[in-house]
Every structure is written in structure tokens, then in C-alpha cells.
Design a protein around this ligand. Sequence first.
Ligand SMILES: C[S@@+](CC[C@H](N)C(=O)[O-])C[C@H]1O[C@@H](n2cnc3c(N)ncnc32)[C@H](O)[C@@H]1O
Length: 262
Amino acid sequence: MSLEEFYRHFRWWMEPGDDGALRRFKAIVSFFEGQEVAASKVLDLCAGTGIAGVAAAKALSASELTLVETRKEDMEKVREWLEIAGINPKLSLVAGDVLKLPSLVGKHDLAVLWGHTMPHFDPFQAVTLFSGVASVLSDDGAFFIEETDRIKRFLFGSSYRDFLVERRTPEYVLVSLHEGYDVRRGVERRGYYRLPGFERIADMELRLWDLASQLALGRIFFREAELITPGEHGVSEVLVFRRPKGKIAREVYSEPQNSMGV
Ligand SMILES: C[S@@+](CC[C@H](N)C(=O)[O-])C[C@H]1O[C@@H](n2cnc3c(N)ncnc32)[C@H](O)[C@@H]1O
């Protein structure tokens, strides 16, 4: 199914005539009003109808607004959002793929990727997207992504959360319970108990990685990344990284890495 067909049926809340979309629009305006960010050139990526770009441009009194979106049809509706917002920035509509960003747009101060859009990109495309955005932003520019943590919503929101029998031995049964989730670090807090007796034996913080994210991360620091799928060797999937990029790796290694950016 094409992206056009998908969004025709999915009906995301971004139509200017829709009450829910208008509530979203107002919420985005007030979000950006509360941010310490200055921008005269706003770039709305995967813009849809441009709801987020217009909201950010209004909140920050931007003089230029650029939308990048593959589906032209929706992008034209940005004029209705501008009318609702009562603003008139210099407008550029770019019909294209955000993964080719540096060839599509010039420098901007603020880029927004709004509306839980990251599922459209695999981890490798995510690296292209991020590096592309970083290269079209001014030195003091900022990139804002509205997202949700799907591990939390879909996985822990369903079966895995409740109660898991981890090991069954003749002497005891080891069970684990979901006891919380740290959104910033992307780790689950899990308590482990021994039955019978329900004796607490461990607190763990665990990250549920997928393979592709690890490959993509490794690809930043190595020129080659490969996944060997299980064969006759009796091992699971094996990720192989070759030809390290020493300079980038050393530079990043020297910076503290955590989700708070401090
Ligand atoms: C969930 S909608 C979000 C729209 C809008 N940002 C909002 O907040 O309402 C995601 C949008 O991304 C667009 N899109 C998906 N992949 C794209 C790509 N590679 N380049 C440009 N636009 C893309 C889709 O056509 C769709 O309009």
C-alpha cells in the first residue's frame, strides 16, 4: 500500500477543519511558546498539512517556513493553517524525501519532526535523517521530534508486563514482575522473585534492544556492519562490525553519553 493510500485511510489529526487537529495545533503553539528557542527559519519535516511548522512559526514569530513532505496533496493545506494562525511567513513547499534533505533545503534554525513520525524510518534511515538534519541546521540550530516510546506502550502495555515465569527447576521457580520504566534511559525496572515464598532476589534495569538499532548504532563508528543469522553453529544472531572510524569514535567517546545531554 502506498503512503498516499495509507494516510487517506489512517486519517491522522492534521486537517485544518478538524476539531481534534485544531486542539493539537493550539497545544503545539503553546509548547513552543514555552521553549527557550529562537528561530527565524523553521523547517517542518514530514510536514503532512504543516500543522506543526505553522504552530512553531507562530509561537516563535518566524519569518520563513519550509515544509518537506512526500505527499503534495496535504502540503497545500498549510495555507489554511497559516490563515488560522494569522501569520504570513515566507513559505516554501518542498515535495520530496526527507532522507535527501541536504539536497532539498538550505540552512534553517529550527527543524521539527512532529506527530510520532519515526516509525516511517528504519534505524539506518534514522541515522541518515539525523545527520541530514544536523547538516542543514545553523550552528546554534535545534531539532525537535515529537515521539512516543513504543516499547513502553506496546510491549509493557500488554502481556510482558504482568508476570513472567523465567525459570522452572525442581527446587524453585523464578518469576519476574514489571516494576517501572525509565523513559529517558529506555530501560525497564524488573523485580525477580523466587517461589515458593515470593522471596525478592534481584532488581534489574533492562533495555529491550532490537537488532537493527544495534547495527545502525555500530554503523556510525564502523564502516561495515553485518548480521549473521542463526545457522548450524549453535549460536544466536551475531552482529559483526569491521573497519572502525577511529576519529569519530574517539570524539564521541570523549563526550559524556546520557539521555539528558549533560
Ligand atoms: C504521522 S504524519 C505526521 C504529519 C505532521 N507532521 C503532523 O504532526 O501531523 C507523517 C507524515 O510523514 C510523511 N512522510 C513519511 N515518510 C516521508 C519521507 N521519507 N519524506 C517526507 N515525508 C514523509 C507522510 O506522508 C506523513 O504525512
